[in-house]
Design a protein around this ligand. Structure first.
Ligand code: PBG
Length: 334
C-alpha cells in the first residue's frame, strides 16, 4: 500500500533528514555485530600465515593463529566464524579422502577453537573442491560431476565435522538431496543440535575467483561449475531450492554471491520468511578493497553501506571478510 503524501510544503521530506537525531529515529534498517559471520582460511603448519594477494588484509592461518583470530573475533562480539581449508596438493586426490579425515586441518582447528573460545559458533564448509585433485565440489566420473556418490561423501564429511564440534554445517556443493541425507545422519548419530546453513541459492559466479586462489582450487579446477551451481538468470529456481532445502532439514539458508543477488535475498525473505543469509563473497571484497587502494572509493564508508544493503534486502546476517573491520567500525560509533 502506498500512502499519498501531503502536497508541498506540508510534506517536506528534508525535515526528517535535518538532524542526526531525526535521521536515527526514522532509520528502518541498522547493522550490528550480531549480523556477521566471519569466513577465515586455514592452512597446515604452525605459527605461520600466507597472505591472499587478491584479498588485501586476508591471510590463510595455521591452527594456532586461527585460534588467536577466533579470540580476537569473540572479543569484538562476533558470533560465528566459518572455516575454509587450503589443502596441500599432495593431499588432493580424486577420492577426496582427506575431506572426512578426523584429523584434517579443519577438524583439528574446530577442536582447538572449541577448547580455547567456546563462546564463538563454528561454521564449516561441506564440499569436496579443496580436497579434489580435479577441483570440483563433487566426484568426477567420466567427465561428469556425479550427484549421489558425492552426497555419500558429504555425509561422511559432515559427521567428521560434527564429531569435532562444529555448530553450523555449511554445505556449499549444490548437489541434490544432500540436506536430507546430512540431516538424517546427524539425527542418527546424536547430533540433533547441529545447525545446517544450506548454501541453497548458490550461483555459478565469477565473483568466487579470489576464494579459489586462497584455497588453491583455481589451478586444479577443470571446466566450470555450471552443471551444479545456478544459472545467474534465474530467480524462481532460487525460491524452489530454498523451500526444498528447508523441507529436507536446513535451519538457515544462504544466497550467494551477495551484492549482485540482493533481489534474490529479498524474494526469499518475503516469500518464505525464514532465517536468510547472504555471502558477500571474495570478489565483492576484492572489488571494494581494490577501489579503496586506488583512492577511488572511501573504503570504511562503502564497507558499511554495502553491509547495510543486505539487511535492507531482508537478510538476517552476512558472511563477510569485513567482519572484524566492520565490528571495529561499529564499536567506534560509525
Ligand atoms: C566451494 C566454495 C566456494 C566459495 C565458498 N565455498 C567457491 C566455489 O564454489 O567455487 C566461495 C566463497 C567466496 O568467493 O568468498 N564449495
Amino acid at each position: 500500500m502506498v500512502t499519498i503524501p501531503a502536497p508541498f510544503p506540508a510534506a517536506r521530506f528534508r525535515r526528517m533528514r535535518a538532524s542526526d537525531a531525526r535521521r536515527r529515529l526514522m532509520r528502518e534498517t541498522t547493522l550490528t555485530v550480531d549480523d556477521f559471520i566471519w569466513p577465515i582460511f586455514l592452512q597446515a603448519g604452525e605459527n605461520d600465515e600466507t597472505p591472499v594477494p587478491s584479498m588485501p588484509g586476508v591471510a590463510r592461518l595455521t591452527t594456532d593463529r586461527a585460534v588467536k583470530a577466533a579470540e580476537m573475533a569473540a572479543g569484538l562480539g562476533i558470533t560465528a566464524i566459518c572455516l575454509f581449508p587450503y589443502t596441500d596438493p599432495a593431499s588432493r586426490t580424486e577420492d577426496c579422502a582427506e575431506a572426512w579425515s578426523p584429523d584434517n586441518t579443519t577438524n583439528r582447528t574446530i577442536r582447538a577453537i572449541k577448547a580455547a573460545v567456546p563462546e564463538i559458533a563454528i561454521m564449516t564448509d561441506v564440499a569436496l573442491d579443496t580436497y579434489n585433485a580435479l577441483g570440483h565440489d563433487g566426484f568426477v566420473v567420466d567427465g561428469e560431476i556425479v550427484n549421489d556418490e558425492t552426497v555419500e561423501a558429504l555425509v561422511k564429511m559432515t559427521l567428521a565435522q560434527a564429531e569435532a564440534g562444529a555448530d553450523i554445517i555449511g554445505p556449499s556443493d549444490m548437489m541434490d538431496g544432500r540436506i536430507g541425507a546430512m540431516r538424517a545422519a546427524l539425527e542418527r548419530d546424536g547430533h540433533q543440535n547441529v545447525t545446517i546453513l544450506s548454501y541453497a541459492a548458490k550461483y555459478a559466479s565469477a565473483f568466487y575467483g579470489p576464494f579459489r586462489d586462497a584455497v588453491g582450487a583455481t589451478a586444479a579446477l577443470k571446466g566450470d561449475k555450471k552443471t551444479y551451481q545456478m544459472d545467474p538468470g534465474n530467480t524462481d529456481e532460487a525460491v524452489r531450492l530454498v523451500a526444498r532445502d528447508l523441507a529436507e532439514g536446513a535451519d538457515m539458508v544462504m544466497v550467494k554471491p551477495g551484492m549482485p543477488y540482493l533481489d534474490i535475498c529479498r524474494r526469499v525473505k518475503t516469500e518464505l520468511q525464514v532465517p536468510t543469509y547472504a555471502y558477500q563473497v571474495s570478489g565483492e571484497y576484492a572489488m571494494l578493497k581494490a577501489a579503496e587502494a586506488n583512492g577511488w572509493l572511501d573504503g570504511p564508508t562503502v564497507m558499511l553501506e554495502s553491509l547495510l544493503s543486505f539487511k535492507r534486502a531482508g537478510c538476517d546476517g552476512i558472511l563477510t571478510y569485513f567482519a572484524p573491520e566492520a565490528a571495529r567500525a561499529l564499536k567506534a560509533g560509525a
